[in-house]
Design a protein around this ligand. Structure first.
Ligand code: SAM
Length: 283
């Protein structure tokens, strides 16, 4: 069940009542959860379930469930399994035919999206972007054309690098909401654009602190020409791709031809995919 992501008053009534009745509560870090549970008068045994013991602990917990116990699962904050432990336990429990009851509540991505002002009808949650720059840029490049609102989690250690990479990969003007410290004292939801975001953090050092959700506007619908490149754009992009990485080639082609970044990315990724296929069938 979900627990608060900052403001302890966000703990749901049903969650509290259910925790009070559980035989035991599985949580990520017993020292972290104890103060929250104490505050709500919940005095049940705690069991640690974290990324280092998940598989073995999930098997033990399912055995207990099969003996008829009622167990609750919480994480440090928000909804378990959403970038938090719990997946092996839920999967095993369901495979064993046990009843798994969700008790919904706070979740940082939904809180950020619902207050972002960006489209909520179709969205994609991408979790934490890769920590290493090249992998991060590659992921962002592959998403440049995605029409869904894109949602990322990020920590204060990497938010500046991630925003710089977003600015490099997505077309200028693409709207971005930086949601930080949701439900807490310094909650901020700043609407900006990918190109303006790095300067915003430089101007306002407090914007680099805390926990972050980045909500990025999806790509606009393809233009009526179907997004095809014309002959000159094709020639330039192919020349550049022969010499540089997809990212550099697309970046240069945007500057030289003035064509839309999404359109160039789509063509570049398609050609490099075709070349890789041809090389693997030749080998
Ligand atoms: N299970 C959680 C949920 O339901 O949102 C997410 C856990 S994940 C390990 C932690 C990340 O969620 C943080 O690094 C941050 O990106 C995001 N997050 C959690 N609480 C937040 C908050 N109060 N404000 C902004 N982002 C938050």
């Amino acid at each position: 069940m979900a627990t608060p992501i900052g403001n302890l008053a966000d703990f749901g009534f049903r969650a509290v009542e259910t925790l009070k009745k559980a035989d035991a509560i599985a949580c990520e870090d017993t020292r972290h959860s104890r103060p929250l549970l104490d505050r709500y008068g919940i005095d049940r045994p705690l069991l640690a379930l974290h990324e280092h013991n998940e598989d073995a602990q999930a098997r033990r917990l399912v055995e207990r469930l099969m003996r008829g116990e009622t167990l609750a699962l919480i994480s440090d904050a928000g909804t378990p399994l959403i970038n938090d432990p719990g997946f092996p336990l839920v999967r095993l429990a369901r495979e064993a035919g046990l009843r798994v009851v969700p008790i919904p509540g706070p979740c940082a991505l939904i809180a950020a999206l619902s207050a972002s002002g960006l489209a909520t009808d179709r969205f994609a949650f991408e979790g934490f972007p890769p920590r290493k720059g090249p992998a991060r840029l590659a992921l962002f490049g592959s998403l440049a054309d995605d029409p869904h609102t894109l949602i990322f989690y990020e920590s204060s250690h990497r938010v500046e690098a991630t925003l710089r990479d977003l600015a490099q990969t997505f077309p200028p003007g693409r709207r971005l909401v930086i949601a930080r410290e949701l439900t807490k004292l310094y909650e901020t939801l700043a609407m900006t654009t990918v190109d303006a975001a790095p300067a915003l953090l430089e101007r306002e050092p407090d914007m680099r602190k805390g926990e972050f959700v980045l909500v990025l506007e999806g790509a606009p619908p393809a233009p009526p020409d179907g997004g095809e490149l014309d002959a000159e754009q094709t020639r330039i992009l192919k020349l550049l791709l022969a010499e540089c990485s997809v990212k550099t080639a697309v970046g240069l082609a945007v500057k030289i031809t003035g064509a839309r970044r999404e359109k160039l990315y789509r063509a570049a990724l398609q050609w490099s995919g075709e070349q890789a296929d041809a090389a693997s069938s030749a080998g």
